[in-house]
Design a protein around this ligand. Sequence first.
Ligand code: GLN
Length: 446
Amino acid sequence: QACLERIERLDASLNCFITITAETALAQARAADLRIAQGDAAPLTGIPIAQKDIFCTRGVRTSCGSRMLDNFISPYDACVVERFNAAGAVMLGKLNMDEFAMGSSNETSFYGAVRNPWNTSTVPGGSSGGSAAAVAARLTPGATGTDTGGSIRQPAAFCGITGIKPTYGRISRWGMIAFASSLDQAGPMARTAEDCAIMLQAMAGFDERDSTCVDRPVPDYRAALGNSLEGLRIGLPKEFFGEGLDPAIAGLIQDAVDEYKQLGATVKDVSLPHMHLSAPAYYVVAPAECSSNLARFDGVRFGHRCENPADLADLYTRSRGEGFGAEVKRRILIGTYALSAGYYDAYYLKAQKIRRLISEDFRRAFEEVDVIMGPTSPSVAFEFGAKSADPIAMYLSDIYTIAVNLAGLPGMSIPVGFSNGLPVGMQIIGGYFSEDRLLNVAHRYQ
Ligand code: GLN
């Protein structure tokens, strides 16, 4: 009730929620009360959370931030939603996001941009901007996000909260609307690493309905938070501290690294020589996969359908033309071009080869260090409109996060201070399936 009241009071100006499910939330809360009274409470029983509107929720509109799915009521729950329900969590509603998760500022949402609670003339980041802003404004203690190229970490940084993108395959993508399937990964966003650990515990684990979900035991994330950091080897890649990084952010990262030295860590310079190729490779791979994934929105089976189509071609063309926004169309065009005969080898295949080189860079770095630290984004939250006319400038706000998705590694963002009154995030990257270590490292700082 307290969360719903706060949403009622504040969300008209923040625009975090696309759908508020007040009635079912209160019913779930009553069921949780009962469970607690019977002594059958799990760590998330009765805890309010909100879902990014990319996760299918049975009987509740699942829009993915798009006019295309404005009328779509999912007939089933995503695996992540099922797991939160089974854990007894209370779902407050569905959170605003960039259309089909394509964006870094939430400005591509059909439902209007979300505002950053720290300064409402700045963006919350994206695409999980509704999730980050809702947690920062204390509308909900936790929210889900998805991260294809930085969409959990960058908005977490812009809004001063904690978020983790787990290893690719750690959480089932079943029922999570696909953007770029080889990069997409769900994860928790909350105030602290401890809250993220509790949420990740519920979300992680094998699901046979996602063929890329990994069958591997899930560690006790919360238990790992107590580990000492004595002897932790931190790597600082020189490519993360070059031109384009706000010097105030560089200074705050250095201060945080110094704190880790106090906690017993050692620091070493490392190099990721192919880092500069990650954005170009990503902006071939992600649009290529999106052009294929979004082919299912044809106006026939679900989603927006145009009025009075003259024939099948007209139905497809107008339904898609009306349903998708400009950024989604741009990606579909780029992806279709990159995958077409004659260009496939020049673009898609080459991007895949770069992807391998980037993974190898990380593999070599992790032979020498346990975690890599650096900025999450080159700047703090920017003003609305500052980058929306220039897609390349917008794409570069994920310059430090994208490589992690290309390699499939886990990465997180934690708040480390403020610059000009706006939060600054530090990114912590680890080896495959080292979420327990990342959460521990983050927790010890917090
Ligand atoms: N900003 C990046 C993009 O627009 C990443 C988005 C994401 O991680 N979903 O593709």
